[in-house]
Design a protein around this ligand. Sequence first.
Ligand SMILES: NC(=O)c1ccc[n+]([C@@H]2O[C@H](COP(=O)([O-])OP(=O)(O)OC[C@H]3O[C@@H](n4cnc5c(N)ncnc54)[C@H](OP(=O)(O)O)[C@@H]3O)[C@@H](O)[C@H]2O)c1
Length: 265
Amino acid sequence: MYLVVGGTGAAGSRIVAELVSRGMQVRVLTRGNRRAKDDGVSFVRGDLLTGAGLAEATANVHTVIDASDGKTPRSQRVLTDGAENLMQACWASGVERAVLLSIVNVDQCALGYYRAKAEQERLFSTANRNNVVVRSTQFHEFLGMMWSTPSRARVLPVFTHTSFQPIDLRDVAAAVVDAARSESLGAGSGRQQITIGGPEILSMRELARQWTFARQAQGKTRHRALTVPVHVPGKFGAFLRAGRNLVPDDAVTNGVTFGQWLSEK
Ligand SMILES: NC(=O)c1ccc[n+]([C@@H]2O[C@H](COP(=O)([O-])OP(=O)(O)OC[C@H]3O[C@@H](n4cnc5c(N)ncnc54)[C@H](OP(=O)(O)O)[C@@H]3O)[C@@H](O)[C@H]2O)c1
């Protein structure tokens, strides 16, 4: 049995679908009230922050996959305190492996959210030598999320001297499930971390051009949004301009490109 924490989220729901497509038994931890679905996925109600439901969720589970998130400064404790509670429950239930979805070079940026993710990685790696961290570049959705609201005012912020290597969530899910099942990772192999990135590295300006073009072609807007150069200040800006968000050597070469993802939307 696999437990997917954050299995109702953007990445987590793709991971659940990938496990189901490979014939695996899946349980999802959620704070919500969900009923089992026709695909056999079951749900346990619980909360990483309070620890409620974690014993029930991890019972008879051999592998836990964590794709939970706390995006705001208020909810970031899910990543740290939540990981601590989850690791304790895994230990008590005898879970063999926990796999964490993380971000490339997250330990090289002092942004608060990145610091919390780095601490979450540390908690996973030290809890059990069999655990694995999968570090990914930004999802295609990350750019969509950044642009959907300002584009209504016909403005697209474009970070100067910044490129992205966006990745499709189906490619992320496949890599996470492969890592969960791989015998060449974790205890004994000396490898507790893998890194994946999207198939192409494009400037943010080019990605914005593709995004606007697709929106116009799909009739979502008649007007072309104006790209506005933005110099991102601080440590996160320096991280991006240094290309620390890119992993050219670990690209998913046959993965879904940003352009393909846009045309499917
Ligand atoms: N965005 C990117 O470009 C990117 C790139 C690389 C890695 N990542 C990582 O991918 C992960 C998933 O991100 P996402 O955007 O897919 O997340 P998301 O859609 O925001 O989903 C968050 C999930 O976390 C769960 N959750 C939140 N608080 C919880 C709590 N207290 N107890 C239990 N579950 C809780 C939610 O479950 P319920 O609401 O059902 O309880 C939900 O399923 C994150 O860790 C992120 O750092 C993101």
